[in-house]
Design a protein around this ligand. Structure first.
Ligand code: SAH
Length: 348
């Protein structure tokens, strides 16, 4: 087994080089090459030929291939489907905003959370990604598009807190001054609500933005669309969120996908406002993206606006998320789903 060198922190790389009898500054050179997207050790021209050969023998550099790329004609959003070294695929999306470019990345191949409205979970979890594979999505999205990346959202395929250690390591890598140097305040992490992991994340006191996929004001509705709610219910989750804010000082952002006749009534809005009262929270309303396999439908525009008004009238900050890339299956999981079905039909 070769070492997955891009998953190593600078400190670990220094140890690796020390063990190889090489000076520590070599580690920094290699780290910088890797975090600029070098695809082989041969590109690292400031290393001796013998060191490059030694590294090639013992270490692997992950390089995802562009399997599909879709560019939105409307807003320039680019969706990438990456083929990983073991043949699995994951998605990333580059979104352009006036405050800078954001890339939405995946944390797992598939997902085991089972949310009823989500395309990523349809085939279950295949495996978790490695730190290098998460970093590669940021790196190669930037390199392929020629665009600088200023923000990262962990809102692609998978549940980031179900791949906890890897995500923490990824954050350290992408935050590194010798790497992409993306500040924690420019990173958002979205979770379906794994309460013990939220508590664990709190201990790390990171300056990132935690987004919680709430999608319902009570257990009845939430359990019907999100199985995770049967393990950690709405009150338990909101309690963990209050605690998280009190300890980190970071305001939580709640995601609320508006599903017609499921969670979009006036009563739902009032109940949600009541539950969130006094919390330093922000609600992001997202009209549901249609998923072919699912009978769930998006709320009407009017209903979304009414819901927002009700929340605001009760003192809860709420915005309606502008939907980018609607013409390119940009809601995560949809493109990979197509590819999985296509790959399967080729094999069969
Ligand atoms: N597992 C994490 C992150 C991945 S999903 C989480 O659950 O938060 C990113 C966001 O997209 C989540 O809020 C998720 O609930 C939402 N989402 C998934 N499918 C959707 C759909 N069809 N329409 C709108 N939002 C969706």
């Amino acid at each position: 087994m070769k070492t997955d060198i891009k998953s190593l922190t600078l400190q670990e790389m220094q140890q690796l080089f020390k063990d190889m009898g090489e000076p520590a500054f070599r580690a920094k050179q290699v780290f910088t090459w890797l975090h600029r997207g070098a695809k082989s050790f041969d590109e690292m021209t400031n290393l001796s030929k013998s060191l490059r050969e030694k590294l090639t023998e013992t270490c692997e550099i992950t390089v995802p291939q562009v399997e599909r790329k879709q560019v939105s004609q409307k807003d320039g959003t680019i969706k990438y489907l990456w083929r990983l070294s073991d043949g699995n695929c994951v998605e990333s999306v580059l979104m352009r905003y006036h405050h800078g470019n954001s890339v939405c990345i995946s944390s797992q191949v598939g997902c085991r959370m089972g949310c009823a409205f989500c395309a990523s979970t349809l085939g279950g979890l295949v495996r978790s990604l490695r730190p290098s594979e998460m970093l590669d999505q940021v790196l190669f999205t930037s390199l392929d598009s020629g665009e600088p990346i200023s923000n990262i959202v962990l809102m692609g395929i998978g549940e980031p807190l179900d791949n906890f250690d890897t995500v923490l390591r990824f954050l350290e890598l992408v935050n590194s001054p010798d790497g992409m140097n993306i500040g924690m305040r420019h990173i958002s992490l979205s979770t379906c609500g794994l309460v013990p992991k939220i508590a664990e994340l709190e201990q790390h006191n990171l300056q990132l933005t935690l987004s919680v996929s709430l999608h319902a004001p009570n257990d009845e509705v939430r359990s019907s669309i999100m199985p995770v709610n049967r393990s950690y219910n709405v009150d338990t989750l909101l309690e963990a969120c209050r605690h998280y804010f009190a300890s980190t000082g970071r305001r939580i952002s709640f995601e609320y996908a508006m599903i017609r006749d499921v969670n979009d009534s006036e009563r739902d809005a009032l109940e949600l406002a009541h539950k969130l009262r006094g919390m330093a929270a922000h609600v992001n309303l997202i009209p549901l993206n249609n998923v072919e396999e699912s009978p769930l439908k998006p709320s009407t525009r009017k209903q979304v606006e009414q819901f927002q008004k009700t929340l605001q009238s009760k003192g809860v900050t709420a915005t309606v998320r502008r939907s980018l890339g609607g013409d390119i299956d940009a809601s995560c999981g949809q493109l990979r789903r197509k590819q999985v079905l296509e790959d399967a039909s080729k094999e069969g």
